[in-house]
Design a protein around this ligand. Structure first.
Ligand SMILES: Nc1nc2c(c(=O)[nH]1)N[C@H]1C(S)=C(S)[C@@H](COP(=O)(O)OP(=O)(O)OC[C@H]3O[C@@H](n4cnc5c(=O)[nH]c(N)nc54)[C@H](O)[C@@H]3O)O[C@H]1N2
Ligand SMILES: Nc1nc2c(c(=O)[nH]1)N[C@H]1C(S)=C(S)[C@@H](COP(=O)(O)OP(=O)(O)OC[C@H]3O[C@@H](n4cnc5c(=O)[nH]c(N)nc54)[C@H](O)[C@@H]3O)O[C@H]1N2
Ligand code: SF4
Ligand SMILES: [Mo]
Length: 752
């Protein structure tokens, strides 16, 4: 077969937050051949093994092709879109009228590859008076966000491509990627004797194998390890005093606390050799540049928010900010967190951070007779019945709701609990984009054009939300006429008309994405009407970072919007100078505010804090949800996408296997306080005794073309419990589940 360039269409991989650019050869709706897109400004042709398997997402026999309504007996019937939209609009309207719109909870809004649809949800929700929301970020990143907000006001990212020292804390980028061209960058670091890698992880991961310093902590003891590292910096006078004096406030209080940390004792508590800790700290201090990545190993373990605070000491105390290869604040195209969104949840009083309530408290906010409990829920592009702790509680919570709707491409575990299910067009059948735009000094945004028409019966989310908003009848169509006319003339005319219209009618501002979709949307090129909301975001980016947007080659917001529409492989939307890092600090003095009294008190309290959560009954720490070569959250349901580890093996250490009588390839029963499950055993030298690991993304069901149903592997959240969570952010301890493991007598396939 010969092919020309026009046979290859640019889009992106949707399986992790990198969203690597790919080009795809489409044949009869199949993603027949896939390769990295060299023109993508961030990934530059890179992909990992997973991108090549994306057809298993696109051509999934479990795709939904019609709106569904639940019958009283629990089965579903297909209904037409008109019926679905009018009944759903009326259903939520009734909830809002009876209990108040704030009793409607929105969960999700986008997975790893799709945030454009969720951008339109706000208009419908605001029109109903609904503002409570949660999503997967509240299962991982809210603790870090809370710390970031205090320290400098925004998210930071390490520049690993150039860092002399790269530090990975509870992060396995060889498998989980998460920053551009991860494996290329890791290989470069490993090859270069002048650069070093420090990995803090109880598991000898593929990343740890490449590390110069592997700080193999006992699970759940990172706080002691990180406190020791920072203490060495302070106690051995390794801090960058010039940087601290000029750019950081509150240093003395912090220094005082770390001066008291007994490094030898804390090293013992975390199980890492004191000399190794000291050597690692000295290596960071001696480097021209250092960058740090924290991820789920600490974000989903005890002391997670404290660990977020502590690991930031490594680059702040050493002044690794605003320079090449350091840690950076960065521009954002659309905020992932609601600015200033702090508060408490209505029933349990759990923390709301960045506008998100902890996923873990959602069941408790429903399963109560408290008058402020949630009565209805909308789930978009998320599968909380599988991905949130204690699946059984999530199921009971859904059963208690008076009204619920799921918008998804597949009939998921969560969809099967909803009153209505709406079928979305896949991410290759509509305009899509993600807001994981996290790089510095060059930050990129990629609007993906559709590769094919939506599957019959499905609709893109922007159209779904527009229909739902129309059903509420909150916008008088006549008000949109001037905007429609202006949009047909030019973007400049539209800009002017828009400012006039919103100025005259603030009500329109409340449903902005809807207004853009209805007015600008129809004038955009074929298949791109869903990109209309990006116009507003482009204006905002150009206003927030005028210089950096101009340096990236965009005169103003309209020019940026046009570049986004035209740039099939993504565009660079901001180019910053390293010095600009300081101007991206949100505090008025543009300094890092290092002192956080709660965190300092917690560091002091480490001296007497209990070591772990395991008990005589549950002696093993189970990490429930490890990223492996063939896991991708719940995005691909068809198990045949995996080339190996088809059962999602339970990894255990040789010592535990021997003590428990487990054999490689045999079966084990895992029991926790929350539940019990059976898994295939893999005995692995990578595991420490007392630590076991199960992969994420398993235990979703799949019905094959012949109607046979399979559920490969263990659903990790059958074993987790919602009250195991962080004190500050309510984030779950998925990586630290006390468990009992026993040999199961029978082999694979036998009845349990
Ligand atoms: N292949 C693949 N890649 C993915 C994903 C996927 O599903 N599959 N998902 C994406 C998503 S949503 C995310 S959030 C990221 C997550 O990316 P990572 O956070 O890198 O993924 P995990 O494997 O969940 O956890 C990271 C590490 O934490 C370690 N760990 C366990 N307990 C502890 C502990 O007590 N202390 C420390 N220091 N480490 C511990 C584990 O051994 C593991 O190596 O990956 C993204 N990339
Ligand atoms: N025990 C345990 N639990 C965990 C984790 C863990 O490590 N351990 N990790 C947590 C983390 S970090 C994350 S990020 C979450 C992820 O968990 P979720 O938030 O549930 O996200 P996904 O698994 O990505 O689910 C995405 C859903 O979107 C659907 N989808 C795909 N494309 C589209 C589309 O175009 N439109 C719509 N409407 N739907 C679409 C898919 O079918 C799928 O149902 O899981 C968390 N849960
Ligand atoms: S690194 Fe992430 S986005 Fe890139 S190809 Fe792999 S899974 Fe896809
Ligand atoms: Mo995640």
């Amino acid at each position: 077969m010969t092919d020309t360039d026009t046979d290859w269409q640019p889009t992106a991989c949707i399986l992790c937050e990198c969203n690597c650019g790919i080009v795809v050869h489409v044949d009869d709706r199949r993603l027949l051949r896939i390769r990295g897109d060299k023109d993508h400004p961030a990934s530059r042709g890179y992909t990992c093994n997973k991108a090549l398997r994306l057809d298993h997402y696109q051509n999934n026999p479990n795709r939904l092709t019609s709106p569904m309504r639940r019958r009283p007996d629990g089965s579903y019937e297909e209904i037409d879109w008109e019926t679905a939209i009018s009944e759903i609009g009326a259903g939520f309207r009734a909830i809002a009228d009876t209990y108040g719109g704030d009793k409607i909870l929105y969960y999700g809004g986008g997975g790893q590859g799709n945030h454009l649809g969720g951008a339109y949800s706000g208009a419908f929700l605001k029109a109903l008076g609904s503002y409570h929301r949660s999503n997967a970020l509240a299962q991982e990143k809210t603790g870090e966000h809370w710390v970031d907000a205090h320290l400098y006001g925004n998210h930071t990212r390490g520049e690993f491509e150039y860092a002399e020292v790269s530090v990975f804390v509870g992060k396995n980028p060889w498998m989980s990627q998460s920053f551009p061209r991860a494996r290329v960058v890791l290989n470069d670091i490993a090859k270069d004797p002048a650069r070093s890698m420090i990995v803090i992880d109880p598991v000898l991961t593929d990343t740890a194998k490449m590390a110069d310093f592997h700080l193999r902590v006992r699970p759940g003891t990172d706080a002691w390890c990180l406190a020791s590292l920072a203490a060495v910096l302070v106690q051995e006078n390794l801090c960058d005093e010039g940087f601290l004096a000029e750019h950081v406030t509150g240093v003395d209080a912090v220094r005082e606390v770390f001066a008291e940390v007994p490094v030898d004792e804390y090293a013992r508590r975390c199980g890492v050799d004191q000399d190794l800790i000291r050597a690692a700290a000295r290596r960071i201090a001696a480097a021209d540049s250092a960058a740090v990545f924290e991820d789920l190993g600490v974000q989903q373990s005890p002391n997670s928010t404290l660990c977020s605070y502590l690991n930031k000491m490594l680059w702040i105390l050493t002044g690794n900010f605003a320079k090449r290869g350091g840690q950076h604040l960065h521009s954002s195209f659309a905020p992932l967190f609601r600015p200033g969104g702090v508060g408490r949840t209505p029933v349990t009083g759990a923390p709301i951070i960045g506008g998100l309530m902890p996923s873990n408290v959602v069941p408790e906010e429903i399963l109560t007779d408290h008058p402020d409990r949630f009565r209805a829920m909308i789930v978009e592009s998320s599968n909380p019945a599988h991905s949130v702790a204690d699946s059984d509680a999530v199921r009971r919570a859904f059963a208690a709701l008076e009204f619920s709707v799921v918008i998804d491409v597949a009939m998921t575990e969560t969809a099967r609990l909803a009153h209505y299910v709406l079928p979305a067009a896949s991410q290759f059948e509509k305009a899509e984009a993600t807001f994981f735009n996290l790089e510095f000094p060059h930050n990129t945004f990629h609007l993906r054009h559709r590769l094919m028409e939506p599957l019959p019966g499905t609709l893109p989310e922007p159209e779904i939300w527009a229909r739902l908003t129309r059903a509420l009848g909150v916008v008088d169509d006549a008000e949109l006429t001037p905007l429609r006319q202006a949009a047909r003339q030019s973007l400049a005319a539209f800009t002017e008309a828009f400012l006039t219209a919103v100025g005259a009618n603030p009500g329109l501002g409340k449903v902005l994405p809807f207004v853009l979709y209805e007015t600008l949307g129809p004038t955009l090129p074929e298949g791109l009407s869903g990109a209309a909301a990006l116009w507003g975001l482009a204006q905002k980016a150009a206003m927030t970072y005028p210089e950096a947007v101009r340096r990236a080659g965009h005169r103003d917001g309209n020019a940026l919007f046009e570049a986004i529409l035209d740039g099939r492989s993504g565009v660079t939307f901001t180019v910053h100078d390293y010095e600009d890092d300081f101007s991206l600090i949100s505090h008025p003095d543009r300094r890092i505010a290092l002192e956080m009294p709660e965190m300092l008190a917690d560091i002091r309290a480490l001296a007497d804090a209990p070591a772990g959560l395991t008990t005589h009954e549950f002696p093993i720490v189970l990490s429930a949800g490890e990223r492996r070569a063939y896991t991708a959250n719940d995005i691909i349901r068809d198990p045949s996408w995996r080339k190996r580890d088809a059962d999602g093996a339970l990894r255990v250490s040789p010592a535990d296997a021997e003590a428990l009588g487990l054999v490689d390839g045999g079966r084990a029963r895992i029991t926790t306080a929350a539940g019990s499950a059976e898994a295939t055993v893999e005995i692995s030298d990578a595991m420490l005794p007392g630590h076991a690991s199960l992969p994420n993304g398993f235990g979703v069901d799949f019905v094959d073309a012949n109607g046979g149903a399979v559920v490969p592997g263990v659903a990790p959240n059958a074993l987790t419990w919602s009250s195991w969570r962080d004190a500050y952010a309510g984030t779950p301890w998925h990586k630290h589940v006390p468990a009992r493991i026993e040999k199961a007598d029978h082999r694979v396939g036998a009845a349990t």
